[in-house]
Ligand binder design. Structure first.
Ligand code: C2E
Ligand code: CA
Ligand code: CA
Ligand code: CA
Length: 279
């Protein structure tokens, strides 16, 4: 028993060590990643299941580092937030996504939108609103085609400041989506007082459709509530035909997920859109 205990300890210490080393490596490699042009944006289409057409896409960051290889955002965004690297990185994402929208303008006759993930730390910067407006203007974009995705947890802190900034953005026509809805705290009161136009139903709800856990009726209620508040509903991470049928039957507006399309690199999504607009 002593041996087993000892081995357990070593194994545990070893894996702790791995986690710490990985974290340090990520932090170190992040430093020069932007100037070395290691980031790219992928774009995942959002498909309107009522209107049967693609209506926009979400920008998702990808990092390919010469030392670490492909590092998924779930591994580095949090570290980028802790080190405040997310401030310049988040700005780069906004610039890159808006430049992409400018590029596709000639084929964007149907008013496809771009959804961009925003971190609380960006939102809390004094110049955030002006920065967003400047980037939109530099790229000659219609503000209503730009949607910023924020998560609920961030709303708990600094509520007044956030409300004021979101209102300013909204007055200019920019849309706000509440991301990962239903995960963690879900304060319905936010939906009434903040200028939110879209609810993104978290993948965990979509996953539980037809898994007998009883939470599919919760999904149904989110849709009913969202609709009654006049919100657009986007179901995240839709992977199966069964999930799609359920969402159609329960009148969810849009889906985003592998069933329709994975996030695609810029050139591929442009070809995808060109095909779509011909149809
Ligand atoms: P998110 O905003 O909830 O983005 C949706 C995630 O679900 C993406 O993961 C997407 O690739 C994935 N996904 C979409 N459809 C499916 C599906 O059918 N099945 C499965 N299994 N997954 C699906 P990704 O790209 O790895 O991003 C993870 C998270 O990292 C994002 O979650 C977001 O919170 C964050 N993130 C990504 N890009 C950015 C960014 O530019 N800025 C910031 N601040 N955060 C970002
Ligand atoms: Ca998102
Ligand atoms: Ca999400
Ligand atoms: Ca998520």
């Amino acid at each position: 028993a002593k041996d087993i205990g000892g081995n357990y300890y070593i194994t545990f210490a070893q894996s702790m060590n791995d986690v710490i080393i990985e974290r340090m490596q990520i932090e170190e490699q992040l430093h020069n990643a932007m100037e070395n042009k290691e980031f790219v944006l992928f774009y995942q289409p959002q498909y309107d299941i009522m209107e049967n057409k693609i209506t926009g896409m979400e920008a998702l960051i990808r990092w390919n580092n010469p030392v670490l290889g492909h590092v998924p955002p779930l591994k580095f965004i949090e570290i980028a937030e802790e080190t405040h690297y997310i401030i310049p990185l988040g700005k780069w994402v906004l610039e890159e996504a808006c430049a992409f929208m400018k590029k596709i303008q000639p084929i964007n006759n149907s008013g496809l939108t771009i959804s961009i993930n925003i971190s609380i730390l960006q939102l809390l910067q004094n110049d955030f609103v002006d920065m967003v407006l400047a980037i939109i203007e530099q790229n000659n974009l219609e503000p209503s085609l730009v949607e910023l995705e924020i998560t609920e947890s961030i709303l708990m802190e600094s509520y007044d400041i956030i409300k004021e900034k979101l209102n300013k953005l909204c007055e200019k026509g920019i849309k706000i989506a509440l991301d990962d809805f239903g995960k963690g705290y879900s304060s319905l009161s936010y939906l009434k007082v903040l200028p939110i136009s879209t609810l993104k139903i978290d993948k965990s709800f979509v996953d539980s459709i037809y898994d007998d856990s009883g939470s599919n009726s919760l999904t149904e209620h989110i849709v009913i509530m969202g609709r009654s508040l006049g919100l657009k509903l986007v179901a995240e991470g839709v992977e199966t035909k069964e999930q799609l049928d359920y969402l159609i039957n329960h009148k969810c507006h849009k889906i985003q997920g592998y069933l329709y399309s994975k996030p695609l690199p810029e050139q591929t999504i442009i070809e995808f859109l060109e095909k779509e607009t011909v149809l």
